[in-house]
Design a protein around this ligand. Structure first.
Ligand SMILES: *[C@@H]1O[C@H](CO)[C@@H](O)[C@H](O)[C@H]1NC(C)=O
Length: 108
């Protein structure tokens, strides 16, 4: 009788310990990005690609990369810095200094 009680008590303690991590996962609201678990407060899932949220900056996706939209502009899969936001062929340029003619940069 005493042994049965002891075993039951042990089982109760073990299951309580196992239940804690599960509760934490539910509380933190873990989601999946493809097969990757992630925390929505720390990442954004862009069709299978995780981009971080850091210092209140929500990084966006550009092709296979993540970028800070305050610093870059995305042209499909190519990024340009916001100071040279336009794309001419493979080159980024600032329209106050260049113009794009037939895919080539020409100084203004
Ligand atoms: C182009 O360059 C000038 C001078 O560097 C800068 O003041 C301006 O903001 C730039 N233009 C854009 C669209 O960022």
């Amino acid at each position: 009788m005493q042994l049965t009680t002891y075993i039951f008590a042990t089982f109760a303690i073990v299951s309580a310990a196992l239940a804690v991590p599960v509760d934490n996962l539910v509380e933190r609201d873990t989601k999946y990005c493809g097969y990757q678990p992630y925390e929505p407060s720390k990442y954004t899932c862009y069709d299978g690609l995780l981009c971080p949220i850091q210092n209140y900056v929500v990084y966006k996706r550009c092709g296979g990369d993540c970028y800070d939209p305050a610093k870059y502009v995305c042209h499909g899969t190519k990024m340009c810095p916001t100071t040279d936001p336009n794309l001419c062929g493979d080159a980024c340029y600032n329209s106050s200094r260049y113009k794009c003619e037939y895919g080539r940069l020409v100084q203004v």
